[in-house]
Design a protein around this ligand. Structure first.
Ligand SMILES: CC(C)(COP(=O)(O)OP(=O)(O)OC[C@H]1O[C@@H](n2cnc3c(N)ncnc32)[C@H](O)[C@@H]1OP(=O)(O)O)[C@@H](O)C(=O)NCCC(=O)NCCS
Length: 184
């Protein structure tokens, strides 16, 4: 029976913890959203009150439109975030997004966390398809998508206006429940 909790359940994947955002994350989140690559491809708020409001939204799943987690190490430090959003309960699909903090990159964290969230979406939330978009220049995001098992479904022309104010071509990637091996 599909579930969509009202707040993030804590999940563990080896030495990664997927959990709700906490007040103690604020300073790290301000650093993350100041990072050049995050600001370019996955922007967030830049003041403490805005970050607190942003966390409140990420932790509140009660409208059933999204499912978002902080990714941390076992000591509790934020390493990244994975979010499923634009839930369509009729089609049983959603979009997925992610970022990893500059201090945690190139250690496979995005790929592992995305695989875990995808597994949760298919096995617990009853999803049929999960898709994501990234600007074609964002080769790091493309690598994460492939590493997490998402196929490329197509190349979109000037499909999204990014924070630089211009439209970029994007890849559409997706994974079906039938394609996703259970993570165990
Ligand atoms: C994209 C991002 C999430 C990658 O996080 P990460 O934890 O460093 O990624 P992983 O270590 O899981 O990398 C998985 C694969 O992606 C590719 N990859 C990751 N970073 C890369 C980079 N800087 N350049 C080229 N390929 C890269 C590699 O193929 C990598 O596998 P490998 O290390 O075995 O070669 C991170 O760079 C980020 O937060 N960028 C800014 C925000 C963003 O672009 N979000 C996505 C918006 S669509």
């Amino acid at each position: 029976m599909p579930v969509h909790p009202a707040s993030p359940p804590q999940l563990t994947s080896g030495d990664l913890v997927l959990r709700a955002f906490r007040d103690s994350d604020v300073a790290d989140l301000l650093s993350v959203f100041d990072d050049e690559d995050v600001a370019r491809w996955s922007p967030g708020p830049h003041s403490e009150p805005e970050v607190i409001e942003w966390m409140r939204g990420r932790n509140d799943w009660s409208d059933r439109t999204h499912a978002s987690w902080a990714v941390s190490d076992t000591a509790g430090r934020v390493l990244g975030s994975v979010s499923m959003h634009k839930f369509d309960s009729d089609q049983r699909d959603c979009e997925l997004g992610y970022w990893v903090a500059p201090w945690a990159r190139r250690r496979g964290i995005a790929a592992r966390a995305v695989r875990h969230v995808v597994d949760y979406g298919f096995t617990e939330m009853g999803l049929h398809r999960i898709y994501l978009f990234h600007a074609i220049e964002n080769v790091a995001s493309c690598g994460v998508a492939y590493a997490a098992g998402f196929r490329v479904e197509g190349e979109l022309k000037l499909s999204y206006r990014y924070p630089d104010g211009t439209y970029h071509d994007e890849h559409l990637h997706a994974i079906l429940a039938a394609e996703a091996p259970a993570l165990g």
